[in-house]
Design a protein around this ligand. Sequence first.
Ligand code: NAD
Length: 399
Amino acid sequence: MKVGIVREGKIKSDTRVPLTPKQCRYLLDRDRDLQIFVQPSQERCFNDSEYQNQGIPLTENLAKCDLLLGVKEVPISLLLPNKTYLFFSHTIKKQPYNRELLRSILQQKIRLIDYECLRDSSGQRIIAFGRWAGIVGGHNAILTWGRREGEFLLKPMHECHDWAEAQTYYQNLPLSHIKLVVTGEGRVAKGATEVLDLMKIKRVLPQAFLEKNFNEPVYTQLAVKDMYRKRGEISFDETHYYQHPSQYESIFEPYTHTANIMLNGIYWDSRIPVFFTSEDMKRKDFTIRVIADVTCDIAPDSSIPSTIRASSIAEPIYGYDPVSEKETQPFQSHCIDVMAVDNLPNELPRDASEDFGNQLISKVWSELNQADSRMIYEATIALDGDLNKPYEYLRDYVS
Ligand SMILES: NC(=O)c1ccc[n+]([C@@H]2O[C@H](COP(=O)([O-])OP(=O)(O)OC[C@H]3O[C@@H](n4cnc5c(N)ncnc54)[C@H](O)[C@@H]3O)[C@@H](O)[C@H]2O)c1
């Protein structure tokens, strides 16, 4: 098999890679029939010479490759027809901004396998950058609070050499008695709580978070049962909830009167209740002043109405005025600060890429070589110029 690693084209400053130079070498040493080529790039967190030093040839033209690996969406103008591509396509929620991309993939008879759709037999995603998004999201939430309150300046993660350096700043942060609520229990939420634990922010149960005053910074983490209830019922059936989220309503409101900081780490789609509305955000007793929205769906199709755009690593924070519902300068007392960077793992690209490549090698690589792999079939959105069966529901989106 001939594999090509494409140069990232969507966000040039996205420096992540699907396989590090050493991981390429590892794979080559174990498979004589494998060849790997890398498109040169000035931007990658692993530079061209690091690939060359591992004996991986650089080439602009990847036309000879069977499988092309990227991270973010490959721009339409760079797609090669009739190839197999593996990248995050952000099409499965019918995202309007990627409709043309999927159309073009179909027209060019490209086989598209999406990392986001690779799942194990229990339906769990098996490869993701989520933990790193959570780690950087947790860091940025506290960084934003420190700047907003003028309490301290935390070095931005992307200015740290690596994750190990960032951790050295967590020991003695002069944090006031904040209350921070983390939503979700997946990779993002776990990464975020890793940071909060390292900062020695005390973890408390949701009920204590709502009812007690603390003389130290605290956080709580909410599972789905803490965030939703079936309309007209008290008991909560998680299996039923996941099957029919639209029959449920949010019970997040008490946290909007209690928390200072919210870190959103759930998966969300339009069937799922929103946490609060823009009207709720206008209320005087809405205490949340910093929202680190790692989930980062853009309003109005978002669980958080103040996420009106994605922000960038260079300028991660914007203000949101709840009265005008418009963007403002950050760090103003009457406004809420929003951190909505949509490529957070790229603040720690080497750590995140290495972790991602390890997951790709250990959980996916052998499946790619099996013609009848169920895992690959179910993650294949397009092939032979048509939608794959599990993605038939995208027909109206592309037609
Ligand atoms: N901003 C970024 O750079 C960035 C990077 C990676 C991931 N993300 C986003 O973060 C979100 C979470 O990613 P993850 O890797 O933690 O996913 P995950 O699958 O590991 O976890 C998702 C969590 O969301 C919650 N959840 C799932 N279904 C839900 C539902 N129907 N209703 C309410 N909550 C539900 C659960 O707590 C679950 O554990 C995704 O939307 C992902 O796209 C953002």
